[in-house]
Design a protein. Structure first.
Length: 85
């Protein structure tokens, strides 16, 4: 059975002047163990290795789609699944 999960994490998991929610997000995803994860509103996940770090923490491979609006989206796949295109 294939487990899928989608989540709009709102403003990259960090609110202006508010707490950083990315640790909690990673814990929830890791606990649910989806095979395919679709994430929306990944503000700043395309800078540095933010997405790569998050993907590593949840045991998945990331595939990012940048956005001209500053809110990229991504699909993460649990090995051995792989993106063909």
């Amino acid at each position: 059975m294939l487990r899928m999960m989608t989540w709009n994490i709102r403003t990259g998991g960090r609110d202006r002047g508010g707490p950083d929610r990315r640790d909690r997000l990673a814990r929830v995803v890791a606990a649910q163990r989806p095979d395919v994860l679709a994430l929306q509103e990944l503000r700043d996940f395309d800078s540095g290795d933010v997405l790569g770090d998050f993907a590593g923490r949840v045991g998945m491979r990331p595939h990012l789609a940048r956005s001209c609006f500053g809110q990229p989206v991504a699909v993460l796949l649990r090995p051995p699944l792989r993106a063909l295109a």
